[in-house]
Ligand binder design. Structure first.
Ligand code: PA5
Length: 451
């Protein structure tokens, strides 16, 4: 089970401060589980673990994944934001660090597209796909997002050219709304296999739907275990507990109290490079859920010890507006010790016989103590090891904490009205039909800015 240690925030936040929130948190849990709070149309994620586990849908996802795995050396996941980050977070957390260089017949390498508009990236991906046997999934809840739509048009054409229309159809799975959107229509016309994104689950909370589960299953990981871990956390969160026994509430409340005393930036810290995309998933979940009404804790991420040699100085001595949450994995998956060397030329014999992870853990402890001394409060979240089950727990932990935290902050954690602003300008600049007035207005604005 995920454990939390908030003792290194006590110089900044008193226990009494936290306990003051106890009844509010109970009230918020009630609102979330009874689907009565703001944005309650998007609370479908709360019951996904029990609905999905052992369901026919999960069996269908597994069977589809098996079929795709047989056909593929490479599986391309096309999607952006909540339609790819969850899958990428889990796949990278569980995969070999050098998966791309380590090809065995049963490994399927998952590659990602449609999460930006880089011409170079897409062209180079096509070069790789020329040489590989591949299949793909295109994931878009709205079915109209530009980045994945562009990538899908290009890769779909490549796939058709390579295998012919009939076989291409067998190699494409679309995950989208159950009835609306261009992708749904196209899938219907072309006869693609489809999975639905539930109406009541927003993109960033959709990792435990087919959006996350299909790519994870194609990558060869156990999605039932993932759901099992999430269910354990769900059952735990459902029980009325005092704040001192509830790590989810402790995390949500502590970050809000820190925010209220002038710490508006949270840095998620990991000491395992394979968790980089887990941090990216967390950044989207919290950034898109909380950054509203000119409020919100800014979610930043660092990979230590790497970034101690770039951002460490700022964290230690820069503006005191930061707090850190360190995600610790108790047990690494491998075992590697530092060897002894006869003449000790590099002076490292004092570490001889120690595991690399022991050194990593000392770096972690030393950094935490230094940062707390330097005025950066620190929370620690620990999971026993990186596997599907504990990742499932962690996902549900962060989702529930995000809902509590957003409500504590006074915002609706389930909408994202601000995401539309850039799209409106981009469509106006590109002359998308229906945006004629916006095109005229933006051109005028640019001309005025230049003159
Ligand atoms: O969390 C969200 O809702 C967003 O990040 C979306 O997932 C993202 O914008 C992609 O949207 P769509 O799945 O409709 O293509």
């Amino acid at each position: 089970m995920v454990k939390i240690d908030i003792s290194k925030t006590y110089d900044f936040v008193s226990k009494e401060d936290l306990l003051n929130y106890e009844s509010e948190v109970q009230n918020l849990y009630g609102k979330i589980f009874e689907r009565k709070g703001e944005g309650s149309d998007f609370l479908g994620w709360t019951t996904l673990p029990e609905e999905m586990k052992d369901s026919e849908l999960v069996e269908d996802i597994k069977a589809t994944a098996t079929k795709l795995r047989k056909k593929s050396e490479v599986f391309v996941v096309i999607g952006i934001g909540g339609s790819y980050l969850g899958a990428r977070a889990i796949i990278e957390a569980l995969s070999h660090s050098f998966a791309g260089y380590k090809s065995s017949e049963k490994d399927v390498q998952v590659l990602f597209a449609g999460n930006h508009l880089s011409e170079d990236y897409l062209s180079e991906l096509l070069e790789i796909l020329d040489e590989k046997n591949y299949s793909l999934t295109v994931i878009s809840k709205s079915g109209t997002t530009t980045e994945p739509a562009v990538a899908f048009r290009i890769i779909k054409n490549h796939l058709k050219e390579k295998y012919g229309r009939e076989e291409a159809r067998e190699r494409i799975v679309a995950i989208t709304d159950k009835e609306k959107g261009a992708l749904k229509q196209l899938s219907y016309e072309e006869g693609y296999k489809t999975f639905d994104v539930p109406d009541d689950v927003g993109g960033r909370y959709s990792v435990l739907t087919p959006v996350g589960l299909l790519p994870v299953a194609v990558a060869g990981f156990d999605i039932s275990e993932l759901l099992g871990g999430a269910l354990e956390m769900k059952n735990f969160a459902n029980i009325q507990k005092s704040l001192t026994e509830d790590p989810i509430a402790q995390y949500a409340v502590t970050r809000n109290v820190l925010y209220s005393i002038g710490k508006p930036i949270e840095i998620m810290v990991n000491y395992q490079p394979r968790l980089h995309y887990f941090t990216e998933w967390w950044k989207q979940l919290y950034g898109e859920s909380e950054g509203k009404k000119q409020r919100g804790i800014f979610p930043a991420g660092v990979n230590f010890t790497t970034d101690l040699h770039s951002l460490g100085q700022y964290i230690q001595e820069g503006l005191r507006i930061l707090f850190e949450t360190v995600l610790v994995v108790e047990k690494p998956r491998r075992n590697l010790k530092i060897p002894n060397e006869k003449d000790n030329p590099d002076g490292l014999n004092y570490l001889a016989g120690k595991r690399i992870d022991e050194v990593n853990k000392m770096a972690q402890l030393g950094t935490m103590l230094a940062h707390v001394d330097g005025g950066v409060p620190n929370m620690k979240l620990t999971i026993p090891e990186l596997n599907e089950y504990h990742l499932g727990e962690l996902i549900y932990f962060y989702e529930m904490a995000c809902a509590l935290s957003g409500y504590l902050l006074g915002v609706n954690p389930f909408n994202q009205p601000g995401v539309e602003a850039y799209k409106k300008n981009m469509f106006a600049l590109l002359g998308k039909p229906g945006f004629e007035n916006e095109t005229e207005a933006i051109k005028k604005k640019i001309d005025e800015d230049i003159s």
